[in-house]
Design a protein around this ligand. Structure first.
Ligand SMILES: [Zn+2]
Length: 436
């Protein structure tokens, strides 16, 4: 992944000044003005500078905690052990910690205002099943292990932010909730984030999701997706003596071929994938059951709905095709159903949101330029409800996400951590030391 080198100090300051001039003035009210504090105002504060410097002095602590957390398995629905470790680290960082019913670890850093909350989150779960070897190997500067980047990096950043703020005794205007949340990946269906939003919705002003590595992008648009299972069942029987009996695999294949031929628009971009196929017991049996799992995604909610109903129509037609002559189909009939396994709603952050302005100002400070992206992340849930949210990488570089070859390299991590911290402080606002 490409990363821009931080620009020289003079250039940086010129850029920050330029941004100051073009940044929208939101309100004359002092508390509001403080909350929108751009990066230069923040970084003029010695406490903020102390927090930013903390990252540079604690590289090895951050690396070690990332490796340690990655080595605690966290398959979907089995995040408890990793959650317990995160809880301990949050408590050490001086946060008031609790674990909610869903299994999310939540650490509170109380601001001057308890009625307004900024949520900073990193998901705990991985895609890897129990029993996967998650031992971290070191190759030069590279750490290698399933989950090391997604989301070892986000979790390490979450805790580093809390530690840096504690070290510098930062007092924010708004209250900050640090959350290690469950259920981001696949079948988890964003249940952790759904619970957090449900619990804090009335007070929530913005959500910053830390997910994976890099600083090149900022996800401001939520990609809507649905996951479906199509299942066909029948009586099942012997391949020779029951020949002619309708076959669920045949029906599903016939329906799948129809579905694959469905046209999808290039814009709004829309995709589908038959990701799993199961069924049957042996080569000489007519199966009694067959299933496929299908993932559909689109920039448009209408296209998703259209594609979901296309899937239903195609499976129904596949079953009809299978029941038709040329053979005697009197030996039983087929049943089918299409079930929704999960759905992620879409949404978009407004281009003039204070959260994006805070991120842009932080980018300027670290000499970065972010690409706006559409993706499927924990930020889908707040964005779909009109709550300002972004998902960002937490610095360094990584690759092989969701594979056993996943890797992470911490070089450049500091810029990611500074960017994340300044974004959070930009949106939470600071209580200046002399005004306390
Ligand atoms: Zn992730």
């Amino acid at each position: 992944m490409k990363r821009r080198a931080p620009c020289r100090v003079t250039v940086k300051h010129a850029l920050v000044c330029a941004i100051l001039l073009i940044m929208p003035v939101r309100s004359a009210a002092p508390s509001h003005a403080q909350r929108q504090a751009p990066a230069s105002r923040l970084t003029g504060n010695p406490q903020v500078r102390a927090a930013l410097d903390w990252f540079g002095h604690n590289h090895s602590w951050i690396n070690d905690e990332q490796a340690r957390l990655t080595e605690i398995p966290a398959p979907p629905y089995q995040e408890q052990q990793r959650a317990a470790a995160v809880k301990e680290l949050m408590a050490e960082a001086g946060l008031a910690v609790q674990v909610d019913e869903m299994g999310n670890v939540i650490g509170e850093l109380r601001g001057a205002d308890e009625k307004e909350i900024i949520l900073v989150s990193a998901h705990l779960d991985t895609v890897f099943p129990a029993g996967t070897n998650v031992k971290v190997r070191h190759e030069g500067n590279r750490m290698m292990a399933p989950g090391i980047s997604d989301n070892g990096t986000g979790l390490a950043a979450l805790l580093a932010l809390a530690r840096a703020m504690q070290f510098a005794r930062l007092k924010t205007q708004r209250t900050i909730l640090f959350a290690g949340n469950v259920g981001e990946e696949g079948e988890g269906n964003l249940r952790g984030m759904r619970e957090l939003i449900e619990a804090y919705r009335s007070k929530l002003k913005a959500v910053v999701v830390l997910d994976g590595s890099g600083i090149e992008h900022v996800t401001t648009k939520a990609l809507a997706s649905r996951r479906l299972e199509a299942k066909v069942t029948g009586p099942g029987g012997h391949s020779w003596s029951d020949f002619g009996m309708p076959n669920p695999i045949n029906a599903l294949v016939r329906g799948s071929v129809r579905f694959i031929n469905t046209k999808v628009p290039a814009s709004p971009r829309t995709s589908f994938n038959i990701g799993q196929i199961e069924g049957g017991t042996s080569v000489n049996s007519v199966p009694h059951e067959a299933r496929i799992k299908v993932d559909i995604r689109s920039e448009s909610e209408e296209e998703l709905t259209r594609l979901e109903s296309a899937l239903r129509d195609c499976i129904a037609a596949g079953v009809r095709d299978e029941m038709e002559p040329p053979r005697d189909r009197s030996k039983g009939s087929l049943e089918w159903k299409v079930e929704l396994l999960g759905s992620r709603p879409g949404g978009e952050l407004s281009p003039d949101s204070p959260l994006l302005a805070a991120l842009r100002a932080a980018d300027e400070y670290v000499g970065n330029e972010s690409r706006l992206e559409r993706s499927s992340t924990d930020a889908n849930i707040p964005l779909s409800l009109g709550i300002d949210a972004i998902s960002i990488g937490a610095g360094g570089s990584g690759g092989g996400s969701h594979s056993l070859q996943e890797w992470y390299e911490p070089a450049g991590r500091e810029a990611g951590l500074k960017r994340a911290l300044l974004t959070v402080l930009g949106i939470s606002g600071m209580v200046e030391e002399n005004s306390r």
